[in-house]
Design a protein. Structure first.
Length: 346
């Protein structure tokens, strides 16, 4: 594979995703696959949620065309991610039990680990178990981040772009192609998902994104020292880690089920701080760019990996704690009108 083929495949990812999304939207409307207002959901009109397959199509087809089946790790990640997307699509249509979801995700993650993608912590078999747990947890954390128009698509586009650059710097060009395709596929989808969204990605898209990003970040960090691995894994997933931490702590403190839905995510808190519906995904994308740039600085030796891991963990903990001071469950007022946010709430 030469550079021209790689660049062409990544560019086609954006075109495929952008072109497929309107067709999938029409199909979702015809089949009545729409997310309807009510309960903890704040959008005010039914919105189709079949956008995930467009992201999958835009990522998988160009990657397969450019790379084929030459790299076992890429093949394992793509096939497992497609299985996860199918799981999400079924869950979009008919809600699945949590145990079923976690079981399928664990099996898919195990297949990726067997292909050679795993963290290096102890140097023993337990590293595979740690990797499976990390992939499953972060897949669902990215899924939770899909709670407002444009939020997850923007974070993914930024993170995948930086991770693609890191893959090139680590002499892993195949992963650069996969991640570049994912980033541009999300950009194509954002043309239809930017506030006010005309379509949602649904679980099929958010689970696919979470699984692909997490597995790819592990692959890029595979074989490195423990400190470098810890820094990389935390930095590549920083926004999702903070968002999940904020939500879990808030719900436990409020006596709510951690699995319940609610308008208590980072995006909702940014709205309560006064940011507009389009400024929120832009702000989340800017936040995602900081750890991405820091990872590149680690790769070129400008920043010590262990120090970056410690500081990043401290910053994440601090943010989770500070954001608890913002009321998350108060009724919406004239200014804090979350009904203007058109995305389903988790």
């Amino acid at each position: 594979m030469n550079a021209a083929i790689g660049l062409a495949s990544m560019a086609s990812a954006c075109v495929l995703s952008a072109a497929a999304t309107p067709a999938l939207r029409r199909l979702a409307l015809r089949w009545n696959l729409s997310d309807r207002p009510g309960g903890h959901k704040a959008h005010d009109h039914p919105t189709p949620y079949l956008g995930g397959p467009a992201i999958v199509l835009g990522t998988v087809v160009p990657t397969a065309a450019a790379l084929g089946l030459a790299d076992l790790r890429i093949t394992a990640i793509v096939l497992a991610a497609m299985a996860i997307a199918a799981l999400g699509l079924i869950d979009d249509i008919a809600s699945l039990p949590v145990v079923t979801r976690l079981t399928v995700e664990s099996v898919a993650a195990g297949g990726v680990v067997l292909s050679g993608v795993h963290v290096t912590v102890t140097g023993q078999w337990v590293d595979g178990l740690i990797t499976v747990m990390w992939i499953v947890v972060m897949t669902n954390s990215f899924n939770l981040l899909d709670n407002m128009d444009g939020a997850l698509g923007t974070v993914t586009a930024v993170t995948a772009a930086f991770l693609a650059a890191a893959a090139l710097m680590s002499d892993r060009p195949a992963f650069a192609v996969l991640l570049g395709a994912l980033a541009l596929s999300c950009l194509g989808f954002l043309a239809h998902n930017w506030p006010p969204a005309r379509i949602f990605m649904g679980d099929s898209g958010s689970l696919f994104i979470g699984f692909t990003l997490t597995c790819s970040s592990v692959a890029v960090e595979t074989g490195r020292a423990a400190g470098t691995t810890a820094a990389g894994l935390l930095l590549w997933t920083f926004v999702a880690v903070v968002d999940t931490g904020v939500v879990l702590v808030s719900r436990i403190r409020a006596g709510r089920s951690p699995l319940s839905g609610g308008t208590d995510h980072l995006s909702h808190r940014l709205r309560r701080m006064g940011l507009g519906s389009r400024a929120v995904p832009a702000a989340l994308g800017a936040v995602a760019a900081v750890p991405g740039a820091l990872c590149l600085a680690i790769a070129v030796g400008w920043v010590p990996a262990l120090a970056a891991a410690i500081v990043t963990g401290g910053v994440a903990t601090l943010l989770i704690g500070l954001l608890q001071g913002m009321p998350a469950y108060a009724p919406a007022g004239p200014v804090d009108n979350l009904a203007k946010i058109t995305e389903r709430r988790r």
